[in-house]
Design a binder for this molecule. Structure first.
Ligand code: C5P
Length: 405
């Protein structure tokens, strides 16, 4: 009996199915225990015999097989795996997964499983780019399904573009990375965190709003890093185009006032991180109807009123104040001085100062350069090298772990 992790491999229809035989071989070399389900479509491309010979296990094909059900019910089959891997994942099985269909053994197992699911899509480029497939992928990813590939290149159908099954080595690397992360220690287990992210939209009338260029990349990355470290994370996000981070509870809001209310709902929490670029002002009198362009050419006066400061409010939240409150200070000049003053003014514990002058490309970009300010003494400032926003998120998570230990 293999001693490695258990994988339930679902092979759906596609010419790329032959490449999955190589994935099986390499995982078997690592002593993985692989049980395979071969869909009707999959069986057109690889034989049950070759899959069975390579997995050294029985191959499951039929939902209503009396012998299979007696030996290993489909629910058990879906629950005994550490990971369910769908490779290749055809457009058809992705659509069925997205809509929760259960018409055969593969889709039933996918609906019944309580285990993480990884997909390796493979299909024609137009099928991959079709809005229906892209919507299905977005739905699946928002539910925490992990995706590897597809890659771009020559396709079996003779066309060129995105839709090639990821190479076996890439699929195996994703499986190993995932299992390693699963088994990694969870130093923030038992801790709760609330993270704000993205911009806010402040309506002027039903069609117009005040906004800013925040992408939400930094806040989302922080939520994911804390969750990876074991914290139970609520991410309160303004309007962004990013997928929801895996394993995180996401609350979507539009305005600063909604954001504050959702953050307060998430309290008490051990950690609060305000990474959102909250609009400082909103329209003082939001119009119920679309403002009309005045024929006389008169321009409406836009009166503003101040939004609540979420960071300052929760820093002074009395008994529900989180033990560690962290804010950002996005500055374009005198970054450290302004950030230190902001830390004192808002009453938070740490401020992550970053330069968002247009030439840095930080706002909306992928990288960030941080100085962590945790006290009045500048000797305690920690300057982190310029790195990706994911890198910053991991560094912050590591620093929080150190703080609590
Ligand atoms: O906009 P400002 O520079 O004051 O933002 C500093 C910090 O305060 C950031 O962490 C931001 O998320 C937070 N903030 C907030 N609510 C506001 C304005 C800012 O939570 N209304």
């Amino acid at each position: 009996m293999p001693t490695g992790p258990n994988i339930l491999l679902i092979i759906s229809g596609g010419i790329a199915a032959y490449k999955v035989l190589e994935v099986i071989r390499r995982l078997r070399d690592r002593d993985f225990n692989i049980r395979a389900i071969l869909t009707k479509g999959g069986a057109q491309f690889v034989t049950p015999l070759s899959v069975s010979a390579l997995t050294e296990n029985k191959v499951y094909q039929d939902l209503f097989s009396l012998t299979d059900e007696a030996e290993m019910g489909h629910i058990r089959l879906s629950r005994e795996a550490d990971l369910v891997l769908v490779a290749p994942a055809s457009a058809d099985i992705l659509a069925k997964m997205a809509t929760g269909q259960a018409g055969d053994l593969a889709t039933t197992a996918l609906l019944a499983t309580d285990k993480p699911v990884m997909i390796a899509p493979a299909m024609n480029v137009e099928m991959w780019n079709h809005p229906a497939t892209q919507a299905n992928i977005a739905t699946l990813e928002s539910r925490g399904v992990i995706r590897v590939g597809p890659s771009a290149g020559d396709l079996a159908c003779g066309e060129v573009g995105s839709g090639r099954l990821a190479e076996p080595a890439e699929i195996i690397a994703s499986v190993l990375d995932f299992l390693e992360a699963q088994n990694a220690p969870k130093p923030l287990a038992g801790k709760t965190a609330v993270v704000t992210s993205g911009p806010t939209h402040e309506p002027i009338d039903p069609v117009r709003y005040i906004a800013n260029r925040s992408s939400g990349k930094q806040g989302h990355a922080i939520a994911e890093a804390l969750s990876d470290a074991g914290a139970a994370v609520t991410l309160v996000s303004g309007p962004v185009t990013l997928p929801d981070p895996a394993g995180v509870k996401v609350v979507r809001v539009e305005t600063a006032r909604e954001m504050l209310a959702s953050v307060q709902d998430a309290l008490p929490a051990d950690i609060a991180i305000c990474a959102a670029a909250v609009a400082d002002w909103r329209s003082a009198d939001e119009a119920g109807q679309k403002l009309k362009k005045d024929r006389s050419g008169e321009i409406p006066d836009l009166k503003l009123s101040e939004n609540p400061d979420i960071l300052a409010t929760i820093s002074k939240a009395g008994p529900t104040r989180p033990g560690l409150v962290i804010g950002f200070a996005a500055e374009t000049e005198n970054v450290i001085d302004h950030a230190r003053a902001k830390r004192a003014r808002k009453g938070c514990d740490w401020i992550l100062a970053n330069d968002v002058a247009p030439e840095t490309g930080t706002f909306g970009g992928d990288d960030n350069e941080i100085c962590l300010i945790s006290g009045d003494d500048e000797n305690s400032d920690e300057r982190w090298e310029r790195q990706s926003k994911t890198g910053v998120a991991r560094a912050l998570s590591a620093r929080i772990i150190k703080h609590f230990s």
